[in-house]
Design a protein around this ligand. Structure first.
Ligand code: AMP
Length: 400
């Protein structure tokens, strides 16, 4: 990537405005239940503080719809950040105007200030020029390390860059680009793409884009039901997209024409009751009369599918995993997702990349997170990068 990096800046004594993603989950008493996003931004924040910058952080939290709301205050995030770093952390009760300006003026070199939620103003999501100008007035340089919102052109991710120079990417964004773009340009082969989750329609663009690069696709989750339905199989009351069966057939055809292996689950685990520990059964192989009865639904890949997928994953040189193989949130419906996570983790030689969202949750839940080379911090943003799109929050940063 040719974008300017935080490493290239001379931030000592400067006010550096940093867009971070502190959109952390909070419980009813406003306690942070998962601080992964705050920890993920620490390398950039500490790098700047150690270099003697005045570090001014901005973020959104939740959906306050353009008005102040104590439920969505970033104060708990400031408190957690103070626990995680040795540098002094201050909090400003507003993100623009007098309070914010006074807090910035009082900031010393090497100190950190977190501004209140930028989405307390409607100008944030509208990328309003006046609001962008007010935000930009608080800084000299700009760093974007909020990968999870880089696919949105908002005031704090796009508008501010018109008034600040230079504008660079933080370490987190740099790593996302390294794995989701650079490493996939000349991937170590075979390049195996594993896709699952609920809908073919959500991931069709990624499938199309990677069709030109991947050696094999592995398909699981409810997505696979749509393919089996398209082939004329009986899928009972499984979740599927009947209006996407033509699309599924086109994808199968394209894969065949391009000589790409396209692995659908050989068999499917199904149940009559959608609950933890419900009894399940596995279909006969789909090619040998397999079917799901009318009153049952497919909730995971079957045992033969697990064996075939694991073998293919074991041979891979590069792996991209996006989407669970089944309803991994329910006990007993998680075998396929767990097995696929394990097979990826055990492939020592492969570059192992997990797309954002549910696959990251699953990898962590089953204890395979540490084994992965990269777990994306952005669901929508990582899909858009894999689709080959340019993210607005990255496009606006300066070139090297
Ligand atoms: P996505 O957000 O598209 O990655 O979809 C993730 C969701 O798909 C998870 O909540 C899974 O429970 C769900 N899912 C995966 N496989 C199935 C299936 N066979 N039937 C119903 N839901 C599924």
């Amino acid at each position: 990537m040719s974008k300017l990096s935080i490493r290239d800046l001379q931030p000592a004594g400067k006010r550096v405005l940093v867009r971070v993603d502190f959109n952390v989950p909070l419980d009813d008493s406003l306690q942070i239940t998962d601080d992964t996003r705050i920890r993920a931004a620490l390398p950039s924040i500490e790098h700047l503080a150690k270099a003697g910058a005045k570090v001014i952080l901005m973020s959104h939290l939740g959906r306050p719809k353009g008005a102040p709301n104590p439920k969505y205050s970033l104060k708990p995030a400031a408190d957690r950040l103070a626990e995680l770093t040795d540098a002094p952390v201050r909090f400003a009760e507003d993100c623009v105007g007098e309070k914010a300006e006074a807090a910035v003026a009082a900031l010393k070199d090497g100190e950190i200030l977190l501004l209140e939620n930028v989405r307390f103003y409607p100008g944030e999501e509208k990328n309003d020029p006046e609001f962008s100008k007010q935000l930009a007035a608080l800084g000299d340089l700009y760093v974007n390390d909020a990968f999870g919102t880089a696919h949105r052109a908002h005031a704090s991710t796009a508008g501010v860059t018109e008034h600040l120079s230079p504008c660079a990417m933080g370490f987190l964004v740099e790593k996302e680009l390294e794995y989701l773009v650079d490493k996939l340009e000349e991937p170590a082969r075979p390049f195996v793409v594993i896709m699952g989750g609920a809908k073919v329609s959500d991931k069709i663009e990624v499938l199309n884009r990677l069709m030109g690069k991947a050696d094999a696709f592995i398909i699981g989750g409810a997505m696979a039901n749509t393919f089996r339905l398209a082939q004329g199989h009986q899928i009972g009351k499984s979740l599927a997209e009947p209006d996407k069966t033509d699309l599924a057939l086109q994808i199968l055809d394209k894969a065949e024409k391009n000589g790409i292996e396209f692995l659908l689950p050989a068999d499917t685990r199904h149940t009559a009751e959608f609950r933890d520990d419900a009894p399940t059964e596995v279909t006969a192989p789909w090619g040998e009369g397999g079917a799901i009865p009318d009153d049952r639904e497919g909730i995971d890949i079957g045992d033969q599918a697990i064996a075939e997928f694991s073998k293919k994953i074991g041979e891979a040189g590069t792996i991209v995993w996006n989407g669970p193989m089944g309803v991994f949130e329910k006990r007993g419906f998680d075998l396929g997702t767990k097995a696929v996570g394990k097979a990826i983790a055990e492939n020592a030689k492969a570059v192992k990349i997990v797309g954002g969202g549910d696959s990251v949750t699953a990898a962590n839940q089953f204890g395979f997170g540490e084994a992965m080379d990269h777990m994306s911090t952005g669901g929508g943003a990582s899909l858009e990068l894999l689709e080959g799109k340019e993210l607005p929050g990255i496009a606006v940063l300066d070139e090297k």
